[in-house]
Write a protein that binds this ligand. Structure first.
Ligand code: 13P
Length: 255
């Protein structure tokens, strides 16, 4: 049995005041949901504050990105895995499509960060997803395979996945657009990812949690999470509202 997991990706949103207000509302709203793992991933500048705010609850905290160098050293503007751990992070998102599209992160860089995060003691959440034109041209599985294989090619990548690493399937055309993959569209890709994990190493397929991300809301989370291979969600916009995020977490419990 894979334990459901819901993570909120706050992206570059929020302020000191809104982060405190969101966590203050979220804590009581999810206090009884012991059957689901819950995490929030604030902007790095608010991580220390959010770690403090979630204390006394089961809500974990994650980073949104990390440096591809272990450091410490001369990497201006970067944040190391060790620093995220030092602040109290458990998770880190790796290879989000916005990092890939806007900041030039390629498959090899993402795979290196994924391994580095795991080796430092973080739980990496590897984002995979195809562009609209890739889906329309029938290239979805080829794109997902290419992104996943970059990680599976590294012994440290396989070790991370065999340990506790998480995958998030986020079709790029569904992110922030209000267009959600249908439950069956999402399930098909999740099953493909699981089969590919299994083919790479026996037993790997069944253990890895695969989250769906892309316009997950309180009113569609239930039907997505009901699918066999969808183990929870990576939530953008709806994670900025405590009530909506709590309702999505509840849908994962009810899976
Ligand atoms: P939305 O839920 O806003 O579509 O964002 C999804 C996402 O990118 C989570 O990482």
């Amino acid at each position: 049995m894979r334990r459901p997991f819901v993570a909120g990706n706050w992206k570059m949103n929020g302020s000191k005041a809104s982060a405190d207000a969101l966590i203050a509302e979220l804590k009581p709203a999810v206090a009884s949901l012991a059957a689901v793992d819950i995490a929030v991933c604030p902007s790095a500048v608010y991580i220390a504050q959010v770690v403090n705010a979630v204390s006394g609850s089961a809500i974990a905290v994650g980073g949104q990105n990390l440096c591809d160098q272990a450091g410490p050293g001369a990497f201006t503007g970067e944040i190391s895995a060790a620093m995220l751990l030092d602040l109290g992070c458990r998770y880190v998102i790796v290879g989000h499509s916005e990092r890939r599209a806007l900041y030039g992160e390629d498959d090899a860089l993402v795979a290196a960060k994924f391994v580095l995060a795991h080796e430092a003691g973080l739980v990496p959440i590897l984002c995979l997803g195809e562009l609209l034109e890739e889906r329309q041209s029938g290239a979805t599985e080829a794109v997902i395979a290419r992104q996943l294989d970059a990680v599976l090619a590294l012994p440290g990548g396989v070790r991370a996945l065999a340990d506790n690493a998480v995958i998030a399937y986020e079709p790029v055309w569904a992110i922030g657009t209000g267009l959600t993959a249908s439950p069956q569209q999402a399930q098909d890709v999740h099953a493909f990812i699981r089969q590919r994990l299994q083919a790479s190493q026996a037993g790997l397929g069944e253990g890895v949690r695969i989250l769906y991300g892309g316009s997950v809301k309180a009113d569609n989370a239930g039907e997505l999470f009901a699918m066999t291979d969808i183990d929870g969600g990576l939530i953008g916009g709806a994670s900025l509202q405590a009530n909506d995020f709590a309702a999505i977490c509840l849908s994962a419990v009810e899976k």
